[in-house]
Write a protein that binds this ligand. Structure first.
Ligand code: AMP
Ligand code: DBH
Length: 551
């Protein structure tokens, strides 16, 4: 493997996954022409007025792939990608798969704090951004980050500064597609190499990334699509940011393309945008997080849009409020499928033929016969039948460690390669999991994961702050929000607006910026002297005055 810092599966596991057909030994980029041969003239991607057939998609992918090689990008290089949902993003992603370049999939919300770290961690050779989005100048930030490391900047949009490359120009189909297709074969990477990097919500001071291989991610999407019964009539609406594992590969747009379905890009998950697209394109399925689904339910009550094409909405990413699955199914008049997944690997889905009470009350079961799991107590011993405990897992699409994070891997993985999910689950009589709680130190804000230590470290940089602790406060709309609790140095003051301004100035993504501040006299501690977050959360949500400074 050309990239140091990945944690390979042990040889006996590799042997099994290959021998039993989980891994097919072909790079993801190879499949683009399989798809074109199977369904060349069918529409693969719809984005606004743009409709690309499978053949056009393959041709764009090859053209861009060859041009990226022309820019000097090579098998083994990594690139940082920050793009909105759009056809160019899909083409770029697949072009990387043709030539062994691994995209690091950042979110559009990320700013200098996150992008700077990711660019360095993955040692990226290029940064791909839109020119601007809203009032933010992505190109200017990319230029700053690229200058620090001599990386190239590739820009989507009309305003491409000199010295930067235009993504649209690079994707233009010119010349003979058949000849290029043959030329491109020489760039095909090894299927065991890294295909992409997904971001983990993480529970550490700096964001973690997960290297997913061609073999493992192809299986991830293929097996998911089988479980979800995708076929060529599937019309998949990409509502969530496609940098997320859920809309990308679970089964995601890749699963839909594998089956000859149609992928419709939504620029936003808001019902004002998506309902019109559902009607226009006769969308059959879409991934949702509970916070978005809530808005769809409200909007469905009064919409005039025809949503009757919807067959299944998938819902996952954070805990579903009790009874909500039934509400959602009723409001959208379609099936609901619960998805409990993670960028680290293991994917669980309720099955389309599970009885309603199972779909409504469980988060599904693993997709693969080769997924292994254990449910353990605090001491790492089996929790016992029917008892809740932390879920540990291994399998053909669950890598054995984070990328370049040996120290953290000692905590997040057992010595024999089990990933500690940090989720407390119990097995339901149906055999499906029920996610009951979380023991990892993060805030799940409407499906976006925010690492508590990361926010705490940022807070500690403020000169007023002596101690900081982040807790997830419950929220009706988003499930949880970031609440920062601080002990201040004597004689100092701090309010929420100060904190928000400082975080913003440091280039922290907006969804991580605290939305509530509690200035407290002291933080409650556990017997071993760690901050007792359970207690802190309890007090914050019941009677924060108990902890008020100076009280
Ligand atoms: P990440 O590791 O950042 O990809 O986030 C994955 C985590 O999101 C899981 O370990 C769970 O904590 C949470 N999660 C994902 N899907 C669900 C779900 N359906 N119900 C509850 N929690 C979920
Ligand atoms: O929360 C997640 O990370 C997630 C949820 C549903 C995920 O990675 C997935 C499906 O693939």
């Amino acid at each position: 493997m050309k990239r140091d810092g990945t944690v390979p599966w042990p040889p006996e596991a590799v042997k099994r996954y290959v021998a039993e057909g989980y891994w097919r030994g072909r790079p993801l980029g190879d499949y683009v022409w399989d798809w074109a041969e199977r369904s060349g003239d069918r529409v693969a991607i719809v984005d606004g007025d743009v409709r690309l057939t499978y053949r056009e998609l393959a041709e764009h992918v090859d053209a861009l792939g060859e041009n990226l090689v022309g820019l000097g990008l090579r098998d083994g290089d990594n690139v940082l990608v920050q793009l909105p949902n759009c056809w160019e993003f899909v083409v770029f992603f697949l072009a990387c798969q043709r030539i062994g370049v691994a995209p690091v999939l950042a979110l559009l919300a990320h700013r200098e704090h996150e992008l700077g770290h990711l660019a360095e961690l993955a040692d990226v050779a290029a940064i791909v951004v839109p020119d601007r989005c809203g009032d933010f100048d992505h190109q200017a930030l990319a230029a700053t980050l690229a200058a620090r490391r001599d990386a190239q900047v590739i820009v989507l949009g009309a305003e491409v500064h000199s010295g930067h490359a235009s993504l649209r120009s690079l994707s233009r189909r010119q010349g003979d597609a058949e000849e290029r297709r043959i030329r491109m074969m020489r760039y095909a990477p090894h299927s065991g190499d890294v295909a992409l990097f997904l971001l983990s919500g993480g529970t550490t001071g700096v964001p973690k990334i997960i290297a997913r291989t061609h073999d493992d991610y192809e299986y991830n999407a293929r097996r998911s699509a089988e479980v979800c019964e995708f076929d060529e009539d599937t019309v998949y609406l990409v509502t969530l940011p496609m940098a997320h594992n859920f809309p990308l590969g679970s089964p995601g747009l890749l699963g839909a393309l594998m089956h000859g379905g149609r992928v419709v890009m939504a620029p936003s998950p808001r019902p004002e945008v998506t309902f019109e697209l559902i009607e226009r394109e006769r969308v059959t399925t879409s991934p949702l997080v509970p916070a978005v689904a809530q808005r769809w339910v409200e909007a469905a009550a009064t919409t005039t849009a025809d949503l009757s094409s919807l067959r299944t909405v998938q819902i996952g990413g954070s805990v579903l409020p009790e009874g909500f699955a039934a509400t959602l199914a009723g409001a959208l008049k379609c099936q609901v499928q619960q998805v409990y997944g993670m960028a680290e690997g293991l994917l669980n889905y309720t099955r389309l033929d599970d009885p309603p009470h199972v779909v409504e009350t469980t988060q599904g079961r693993p997709i693969s016969d080769a997924d292994e799991y254990r449910i353990v107590d605090e001491n790492g011993r089996p929790a016992g039948p029917g008892k809740p405990g932390e879920l540990l897992t291994r399998g053909p699409y669950t890598p054995r460690g984070y990328f370049r994070a040996p120290e953290h891997n000692q905590l997040a993985f057992t010595p024999d390669g089990w990933y500690r999910t940090g989720d407390v689950v119990v097995v339901h009589p149906s055999g499906n999991f029920v996610v009951q709680a979380r023991i990892k130190d993060l805030v799940n804000r409407g499906g976006e994961k925010v690492s508590a230590p990361e926010v705490e470290e940022l807070a500690m940089e403020l000169p007023q702050v002596r101690q900081a602790a982040v807790v997830p406060v419950p929220d009706r709309a988003l499930g949880e929000r970031v609440c920062l609790c601080v002990v201040l140095h004597k004689g100092h003051r701090l309010d929420l607006a100060d904190v928000q301004r400082e975080f913003h100035a440091r280039g922290v993504a907006k969804y991580k910026i605290p939305e509530r501040l509690e200035v407290v006299r002291e933080l409650p501690l556990t017997p071993i002297g760690k901050v007792d977050k359970k207690m802190l959360l309890q007090v914050v949500t019941s009677d924060p005055r108990q902890l008020v400074a100076g009280a």
